[in-house]
Design a protein around this ligand. Structure first.
Ligand code: NAD
Ligand code: UFG
Length: 336
């Protein structure tokens, strides 16, 4: 079976994807510098799949670190999750984001090409659609960025398209995730944010478990059904499954593929609070706060292209997202 290099494989989405890849019979090598993750996540993945997983500790900005992977393994394709992802931090430290996400990806591609590996699946984001004029969002909608993090995603997309133009033997898939939430049904791996969570679901989960007093709802005057922001929350295991399907199909693609990964349904902040209360049996106190700078009212995918191209669609609904997220949070109140 083919060997897959998973950069950022110790992180939230990477760890869930590794589980599915190994279960499907792929050999996996994880490459991570643990800047936003811990080795414990890999130990737990190994327990889930009952198999030792190859790990090479290193930084995607280091050719030497990356070359160690290709010296030790015959890699068929790369799933590239490694990157920094905090929007606010990217505004404060833009150079760190461009260095890590853009330079890191360029370095990765250089080392891949040198070693004759030209298949890459890249973690892009719905953030590349900026503030869309209409929803649901199709892949051919105009793109724009409102912060350095989003700009790194757009830049990498463009760089990978240029790479393909220069050498069409590359096989490239750009996956644009909507809002990944939830965790593996075992509750043993999940999202483990550093410090105060920026994102809604981990914040709600920490309120439910008693680590935070209340949720600040950022704005209740948006043009949505209850005034709070609407997003397309997607279960991380569904997202992981889309990567498995993309790896399975990558040899069939003869152009750069750009694919939305969402459910096609939008839920508001207050919808999610209610769903989490039902799943956890806990009450989630909240206060209405001012809008967060840069936020948009509504964002949800048209996921029909993913169905057509990958034969993939999201199967898990909001109830399961909340139940699984609660299982992870309540059994690991301090994360890993
Ligand atoms: P994460 O922070 O949990 O995982 C990223 C992993 O990459 C971490 O284990 C981190 O240690 C590693 N890493 C970072 N920089 C590295 C470097 N220079 N060298 C080696 N390893 C490095 O994040 P995640 O939520 O799993 O996201 C994975 C990818 O998906 C990221 O590229 C992110 O931008 C993208 N994405 C995430 C979301 C989301 O909401 N979670 C949405 C859209 C896109
Ligand atoms: N929200 C709150 N309170 C909080 C956190 C969030 O009300 O404490 C609201 C936001 O205003 C928004 C919704 O909850 O309406 C979702 O916010 P998140 O921060 O969870 O997610 P975003 O849609 O803002 O952004 C996320 C990632 C981005 C990524 C984008 C699309 O943070 O990196 O999804 O994939 F680009």
């Amino acid at each position: 079976m083919n060997k897959i290099l998973v950069t950022g494989g110790a992180g939230y989405i990477g760890s869930h994807t590794v589980v599915l890849l190994v279960e499907a019979g792929y050999d996996v090598v994880i490459f991570d510098n643990f800047s936003n993750s811990s080795k414990e996540s890999i130990k737990r993945v190994e327990k889930l799949v009952n198999k030792k997983i190859e790990l090479i500790e290193g930084d995607i900005r280091s050719k030497d670190d990356l070359q160690k992977v290709f010296d030790a393994h015959k890699i068929d394709s790369v799933i590239h999750f490694a990157g920094l992802k905090a929007v606010g931090e990217s505004v404060e430290q833009p150079l760190r984001y461009y260095d890590n996400n853009v330079y890191g990806t360029v370095t990765l591609c250089e080392v891949m090409a040198k070693n004759g590996c030209k298949k890459i699946i890249f973690s892009s984001s719905a953030t590349v659609y900026g503030d869309p004029e209409t929803t649901p969002i199709l892949e051919n909608f105009p793109t724009s960025a409102t912060n350095p993090y989003g700009r790194t995603k757009l830049m990498v997309e463009e760089i990978l398209r240029d790479l393909y133009i220069s050498d069409s033997s590359w096989q490239i898939v750009l996956l644009r995730y909507f809002n990944p939430v939830g965790s593996h049904s075992s509750g043993t791996i999940g999202e483990d944010p550093n410090g105060i969570p920026n994102n809604l679901m981990p914040f709600i989960a920490q309120v439910a478990v008693g680590k935070r007093e209340f949720l600040s709802v950022f704005g209740d005057d948006y043009d949505t059904h209850d005034g709070t922001g609407v997003r397309d929350y997607i279960h991380v295991v569904d997202l992981a499954d889309a990567h498995l399907k993309a790896v399975n199909k990558i040899d069939d693609f003869s152009e750069v593929m750009t694919i939305n990964l969402g459910t096609g349904e939008g839920y508001s902040v207050l919808d999610m609070v209610k769903a989490f209360e039902e799943a956890s049996g806990k009450s989630i106190p909240y206060k209405i706060a001012p809008r967060r700078a840069g936020d948009i009212a509504t964002c949800f995918a048209d996921p029909s292209y993913a169905k057509e191209i990958l034969g993939w669609e999201a199967k898990k609904g909001v109830k399961q997202m909340c139940e699984d997220s609660w299982r992870w949070q309540s059994s690991n109140p301090s994360g890993y």
